[in-house]
Design a protein around this ligand. Structure first.
Ligand SMILES: Cc1ncc(COP(=O)(O)O)c(C=O)c1O
Length: 329
């Protein structure tokens, strides 16, 4: 038996997330012994958001087949385009089925600070757990993620360990503790997989102390504006095309030319030249089957000139490649 591939022996279980979800969902299912095969990838709508009817139908079918739905994972900012799933509708369906509702806000959760799009996070309050990566949009050093859970006691239930003489035996009566040598304090080791762990929260605390809530909000708004500025530049140009309207600070776009047959091939070549020859380092992805250039604005040093520079560079390289592209058959 291969639990990472096929899940636990015994009752069949299902985990639900969208086709746009980060592949860590499948990896988690594998590591937990749930099995990659038991992650149902739910279709998305025209805006890369989980299709609520498809989710409802997939869960209904599984329940009819005696499969137990254990968790639904919604994205608050997908990796590809920054789309935010309809959290309230998804959360309510999860609740109706008694499934755990997790919100993956690894990249996008800080977007809630931008009051212009805050309503897109409606339903976050239904989450049993939500995750954010301060090492993404909060600009903390890599390796700092934070998980919030509605009920901390479930963590304790999952992670608590048997007492060991070298730990508990080293301390006295907590009520009479006068220093950290006398008592363990809050048993954080019982709330996660790590036993010895660095104080990562201090880094996040110091960033928030330094920049403040309003400072973070200003950065988030500015980054969201960069994505919209780029989309506007693309709309104004005959040779650029927006592939996914920005929700957060990602703008997926591509070079386009009517007479070019294979725009995927042209944009893939363009992208290689872009990262090799210019200071601009977006990533690339696929949106609705089309090769997309995918800048995600989270760098504190980015200026609007950089955004314009990226658009100009894409148009310049695209024009050069187009001049040499084979004519359609
Ligand atoms: C939505 C989402 N979830 C999860 C992850 C994984 O994050 P990490 O690389 O910090 O494990 C990413 C990374 O891009 C992401 O965008």
């Amino acid at each position: 038996m291969d639990p990472a591939a096929d899940g636990l022996d015994g009752r069949e279980i299902g985990v639900y997330t969208s086709t746009e979800a980060h592949h860590t969902v499948q990896r988690s299912a594998a590591v937990l012994g749930i099995g990659r095969a038991n992650v149902r990838l739910i279709a998305t709508d025209d805006h890369q958001r989980m299709d609520v009817d498809a989710l409802r139908e997939a869960m209904r079918k599984d329940v009819a087949d005696d499969v137990l739905p254990i968790a639904v994972v919604a994205a608050a900012g997908t990796t590809n385009t920054g789309a935010i799933d309809p959290l309230r509708a998804v959360g309510e369906i999860a609740r109706e089925r008694g499934a755990w509702f997790h919100v993956d806000g690894a990249y996008g959760l800080p977007g809630i600070l931008d009051e212009r799009i805050e309503q897109l996070f409606d339903g976050l309050d239904l989450a049993d757990s939500a995750i954010v990566d301060p090492h993404k949009w909060l600009r903390a050093p890599v390796g700092i993620a934070a998980t919030f859970v509605r009920d901390r006691s479930v963590l304790h239930r999952a992670f608590t360990q048997e007492e060991s003489p070298y730990l508990e035996g080293s301390f006295g009566d907590a009520a009479e503790a006068r220093s950290s040598l006398d008592g363990m304090g809050i048993p954080y080791a019982d709330f996660g997989v790590e036993l010895s762990a660095p104080a990562r929260g201090v880094v996040v605390w110091s960033i928030l102390r330094e920049v403040g809530r309003e400072g973070v909000r200003a950065q988030i708004r500015r980054d969201n504006d960069f994505a919209r500025h780029l989309a506007q530049r693309a709309r104004e140009s005959d040779s650029l095309e927006v592939l996914a309207e920005p929700t957060l600070s990602i703008c997926c776009f591509r070079y386009t030319a009517r007479e070019v047959d294979d725009l995927d091939a042209l944009n893939a070549r363009l992208f290689r030249r872009l990262v090799q020859e210019t200071p601009f380092l977006p990533s690339a992805t696929v949106v609705d089957g089309k090769f997309a250039i995918r800048p995600c604005f989270i760098n504190a040093r980015t200026r609007v000139d950089d955004v314009d520079g990226l658009a100009d560079a894409v148009m310049r390289i695209g024009d050069e490649l187009r001049a040499t592209a084979p004519a359609p058959a």
